[in-house]
Design a protein around this ligand. Structure first.
Ligand code: GLV
Ligand code: GLV
Length: 355
């Protein structure tokens, strides 16, 4: 192969490797046992000559790595993730390295996990499973693991882009929930879907579902029964859910986070969960991954999973393929399939393309 492409991790499937090899690339996959590579580890991987890198969201792609990659002749970097808060895009621009991410292919998989966490929290699935396995079940009781009915309740979505909108559609259609959402952009298609579904229900003699675009995040937090967070992580969304915002939420609300950990002040959340046993959360992401804040692991009203929202076989193979195509396209001089500088901000499918 004429070009040297490095992947900082083994990735699912072979399609991504075949594609690169077919197109004159040598593929080098880091086999280090440790889960999170340091900047020094990646500098060593890049070496003297490297045309492109596929990296992971656990890595700090800033000034140091982009200058190193550029010096090694590198033209492209792709995160194998839709989120790119670990990537300093300005630094990449400064050193002439194109940056890609892997949107769209993980939309439904991620929304399905958010829906799973919503149901698991609302119906206390994990607590009940632990109870069974502990041999504590000694007969049906009217009061055993009573949770929340979703039908007719309100689902709140903060960040109604691709993933937030897909989640909203699942919850509205699947469980006949009303929708309230907050986003900088109007989610026109989502609104139309809820309106049409509401008309369908009404025509069948059922209670129609409704939607509302909130004028503030607080409005969603105050009114929704189940709230799922789908913003990008940046300065404006850091600790978006904090002590004050938790205080205005319903005492029996369900809160789900499949975006990025620092969107929630996790210390404040632990305290809130302790004070409000009927308040439940489903968390896929954490403020200091891989760690949880003290106390979280002991709380029965929290369902926690290790950042697996995009983890379906189809999606993960697709993400690997897309990341490889991003890098390959740039090496070959084609437009990068998806570049954070070129895709729409705030993950909104209805946003106008940037000028
Ligand atoms: C996963 O967290 C991603 O951003 O793809
Ligand atoms: C519960 O199992 C019921 O039959 O109501």
């Amino acid at each position: 192969g004429k070009y040297r492409v490095v992947s900082t991790k083994p990735m699912p499937g072979n399609r991504w490797i075949d594609l690169l090899i077919e197109q004159d690339c040598r593929v080098e996959i880091c086999t280090q046992k440790k889960t999170i590579l340091s900047v020094e580890d990646i500098i060593a991987l890049i070496g003297d000559k490297c045309d492109g890198v596929i990296g992971q969201l656990t890595e700090d792609w800033g000034e140091t790595l982009f200058s190193t990659l550029s010096r090694a002749g590198g033209k492209a970097f792709s995160n194998m993730a839709v989120g790119y808060n670990n990537v300093d895009v300005n630094a990449a621009n400064k050193y002439g390295v194109a940056v890609g991410n892997t949107p769209v292919i993980l939309t439904e998989t991620t929304a399905e996990l958010a829906a799973s966490l919503s149901l698991s929290a609302a119906r206390r699935i994990v607590e009940a499973d632990e109870f069974m396995r502990a041999g504590l079940y000694d007969g049906w009781l009217p009061n055993l693991f009573v949770g929340n009915l979703l039908k007719g309740q309100t689902v709140g979505v903060i960040g109604a882009g691709r993933i937030g909108s897909a989640y909203a559609r699942m919850m509205v259609e699947g469980f006949k929930m009303n929708l309230i959402y907050y986003d900088l952009y109007q989610a026109t298609r989502l609104e139309k879907f809820v309106t049409a579904y509401g008309q369908f229900l009404k025509a069948n003699g059922e209670q129609p579902v409704t939607w509302k675009r909130a004028s503030s995040m607080e409005e969603v937090l105050r009114e929704a029964d189940v709230i799922s967070l789908h913003p990008i992580l940046d300065k404006t969304t850091y600790h978006l859910v904090n002590k004050d915002s938790l205080a205005i939420m319903k005492k029996e609300a369900v809160l789900v986070n499949c975006s990025r950990g620092p969107v929630i002040d996790e210390v404040a959340l632990v305290e809130h969960l302790k004070q409000n046993p009927m308040f439940r959360v489903g968390l896929d992401v954490f403020e200091d991954e891989p760690y949880m804040k003290p106390g979280l692991a002991d709380l029965k009203n929290a369902v926690v999973v290790p950042h697996i929202a995009s983890a379906s076989k189809w999606t993960r193979e697709g993400m690997a393929t897309l990341a490889a195509l991003n890098v390959l396209g740039k090496i070959k001089g084609y437009p990068v399939w998806s570049n954070p500088n070129q895709v729409e901000p705030f993950l909104n499918e209805n946003a106008p393309p940037p000028a």
